[in-house]
Design a protein around this ligand. Structure first.
Ligand code: HDD
Length: 714
């Protein structure tokens, strides 16, 4: 009898202690192969036949079960947010928030609430690339002691539309052309921009999607937002309005658009790999929960309606109070069972958290519950291990596809006397959920509130809050996207109906780039009561920070060839690793690379396997023979040239500068010192300056100045 160690059951929700993934890796449960009925199987290679060359028999229950299970392995992908990656972790508040809410997980600083977070792109199919220009989903399931709370947000604080009624239209327009199913995971096409051009409420969100926020460097380096205004209810029953934020501790950083496009081909799994590998390497993804709390009476005080999901509440008007920490430190054990089967429902709230009348939110309350019935095959999806709350569940729900609970007793109705009237409703004192008693007075009406009418003030505020570099990126993104629109009237309408009311200069630049001209007569004057206001810029919206950050988890490439200076390279590598960076040696061949000083090293990647876009920064080793060999290698020259072009920190020690010269990067910079280009002779100084350069993420001053990429032919 085999004696392999028994594996834990896969249907048990893992505890926070089970972080030793080795126990779960590679091997399935148990010792023997069995059918789903637990019957041990004697062979899984041959079907049961009437003789070795005879027909297969219908009675082969193992064959039928194996093929039946295979036939149904795929479930429908999410209609939006199909592509995602997830992680487990915990959430803990820094201090009790009982002044705002009675939610247990927000009032007990000792409580470590388990969470499961799924990040996603919106438009692409399940197999699409991670780094496309898109909104990112940031969905958090808190398994609180009082039941599950799902905060199903995005990495942008506003949304395209104001009423959920428009969501199917928006998504049909974003998704590929229904005839050709082209393009995949991209908004750069006619139907998207047609919808945008005819729907001015999208103007603000369009600015976000064209900004660098839509091409994050990592899920670990992006902000999250609950988007809607929610309510917090304190222990005395008083309600306050709240906006939820997630602030990444590694800072908010983005890719360069060209780099994002290259990564989409070179490593379509870039973001899921990044999250998985960082967590495996013991570097948790960390975010702080932020709250903007506003009195109920102030819902219209800021010049826009807090119920309108196309508006954000500038941090400069209401500061974000950081109240707790989310730590993602454990990878899922099984992608399908957890990341794919997790069902987020906006309606999952706990006592102390409530909804508002935001019409986008109201439609979401129906949609998420409804969609799971198709996706997860029936009404029992809350019983799947990843969806099951840690709070006990007792009710009279029964039957349906995939029922897992085996209920005892016969009293499956309420009220009952056969079961002493259990399970019975709980009063608020006993933890029963009590909906906030908002006074509602009005006519039934299918109409948009006038307070939702100003579509351009915040779009302009967003643009005005960008640095010049970010504004250039946004403008280029628009030129790219509108340039891909084939129908000229659609291009024209985007310019006149959407861009011009936001900013005339922006509209003119895009018009020129896409071969149109500005048609002033086509821009409608705003209707009465919908005047565009001038709002002060909000510096918090810019993600380019002059002060730099940490180099932790940054990926650094060290380029070497035979004859490199091994000792100085080892010293720089040790300094980078001490700072938490992840360093890889790259050469033309894998394996040991001979050094000039006996300190040989292992190349773990080649230029062919790992292009520059996989790294945040590049270091070129000292040693003339190595530098000459690299300078004579097209791929190495291209590697450095591209990293420089993408504004990354590039350092050359001693003779390493030969490769910079080959890549046509000027090493003599005169007065215009580029802090991201480090050309040094002393290993100690190079390490310090290089780390400071990496910490600044990108060196944007280089943009526009970068020399064209060197030709590949000699
Ligand atoms: Fe949605 C999925 C976020 C508006 C209908 N949405 C989904 C996910 C996220 C969001 C992060 C993926 C959850 C996961 O990882 O499984 N959605 C948003 C945000 C919105 C928003 C931040 C606006 C503020 N969504 C929205 C509206 C509707 C939907 C207005 C419909 C009326 N969303 C869905 C959905 C999905 C979904 C069709 C697809 C899969 C799922 O729900 O479980 O029901």
């Amino acid at each position: 009898m085999p004696t392999r160690k028994k594996q834990p059951s896969r249907t048990t929700k893992p505890t926070a202690k089970e972080s030793d993934l080795d126990r779960f890796r590679e091997t399935p449960d148990g010792e023997f192969l069995t059918t789903d009925q637990g019957v041990r199987v004697s062979s899984t290679d041959d079907s049961l036949k009437a003789g070795p060359r005879g027909p297969t028999l219908l009675e082969d229950f193992h064959l039928r079960e194996k093929i039946m299970r295979f036939d149904h392995e795929r479930i429908p992908e999410r209609v939006v947010h199909a592509r995602g990656a997830a992680a487990h972790g915990t959430f803990q508040v820094y201090r009790s928030l009982s002044k705002y809410t009675r939610a247990a997980f927000l009032t007990d600083p000792a409580a470590k609430t388990p969470v499961f977070v799924r990040f996603s792109t919106v438009a692409g199919s399940r197999g699409s690339a991670d780094t496309v220009r898109d909104v990112r989903g940031f969905a958090v399931k808190f398994y609180t002691s009082e039941g599950n709370f799902d905060l199903v947000g995005n990495n942008m604080p506003v949304f395209f539309i104001q009423d959920g009624m428009k969501f199917p239209d928006l998504v049909h327009a974003i998704k590929p052309n229904p005839r050709k199913e082209i393009p995949q995971a991209s908004t750069a096409h006619d139907s998207f921009w047609d919808f945008i051009s005819l729907t001015p409420e999208t103007a603000h969100m369009v600015m976000w999607v064209m900004s660098d926020r839509a091409i994050p460097r990592s899920y670990r380096m992006m902000e999250g937002f609950g988007v809607h205004t929610f309510r917090l209810i304190d222990p005395a029953g008083k309600a306050r309005l709240v906006k939820f934020h997630w602030k990444p501790l590694l800072g908010t950083h983005s890719l360069v658009w060209e780099e994002a496009q290259q990564i989409a081909g070179k490593d379509p799994d870039y973001h899921r790999r990044d999250l998985f590998e960082a967590i495996e390497a013991g570097a948790p993804a960390e975010y702080e929960l932020g709250l903007q709390v506003v009195d109920e009476a102030d819902v219209l005080k800021f010049g826009f309606d807090l119920l309108d999901a196309t508006k954000l509440l500038p941090e400069e008007l209401v500061p974000v109070e950081r109240v707790g920490k989310l730590t993602l430190d454990r990878n899922p054990m099984n992608f399908f069972a957890e990341t794919e089967q997790v069902a987020f429902c906006v309606g999952n709230v706990v006592p102390g958290i409530d909804f508002t009348n935001d019409p986008l939110l109201q439609a979401r309350l129906f949609s998420y519950l409804d969609t799971q019935i198709t996706r997860l095959g029936g009404p029992n999806f809350a019983e799947l291990p990843i969806n099951r709350p840690i709070a006990p569940v007792h009710n009279n729900q029964q039957d349906g596809f995939g029922r897992q609970t085996i209920n005892g007793g016969v009293a499956n109705y309420s009220p009952n006397s056969l079961g002493d009237n259990f399970p019975k409703p709980a009063s608020p004192k006993e933890g029963g959920y009590k909906h906030y008693m908002e006074r509602i007075d009005g006519q039934k009406i299918r109409e948009r509130s006038d307070s939702f009418g100003d579509h351009f003030s915040q779009a302009r505020m967003f643009l005005d809050s960008m640095t010049d570099v970010e504004r250039t990126h946004l403008t280029e993104a628009l030129c790219f996207e509108i340039g891909k629109v084939e129908r000229l009237p659609v291009r024209q309408r985007v310019i006149d109906a959407i861009l011009a009311p936001i900013d005339e200069a922006l509209a003119a630049t895009v018009a020129k780039a896409v071969g149109s001209s500005r048609d002033k007569a086509a821009t409608k004057a705003p209707a009465k009561g919908q005047r565009t206001k001038t709002m002060a810029p909000s510096p918090a919206l810019s993600i380019i920070r002059p002060d730099g950050g940490s180099i932790a988890t940054r990926r650094i490439a060290m380029l070497v060839a035979e004859g490199f200076a091994g000792r100085s390279l080892a010293a720089v590598k040790a300094a980078l690793e001490k700072g938490g960076a992840s360093v890889e040696l790259i050469s033309t061949d894998l394996g040991t690379v001979k050094s000039a000083d006996g300190a040989d090293a292992e190349a773990v990647r080649t230029f062919m396997i790992a292009p520059s876009v996989m790294y945040d920064a590049v270091f070129i080793a000292d040693g003339q023979a190595s530098a000459d060999a690299l300078a004579g290698t097209d791929d190495a020259v291209r590697f450095v040239g591209e990293a420089f072009r993408h504004c990354k920190a590039v350092a050359a020690l001693g003779a390493g500068r030969t490769l910079l010269t080959a890549a046509r990067i000027a090493t003599d910079q005169g007065k215009d010192q580029d802090p991201g280009l480090i050309v040094e002779t002393a290993p100690g100084t190079v390490a310090t300056r290089f780390m400071a350069g990496i910490a600044r993420h990108r060196h944007w001053a280089r943009q526009g100045k970068a020399k064209p990429r060197p030709p590949l032919e000699p």
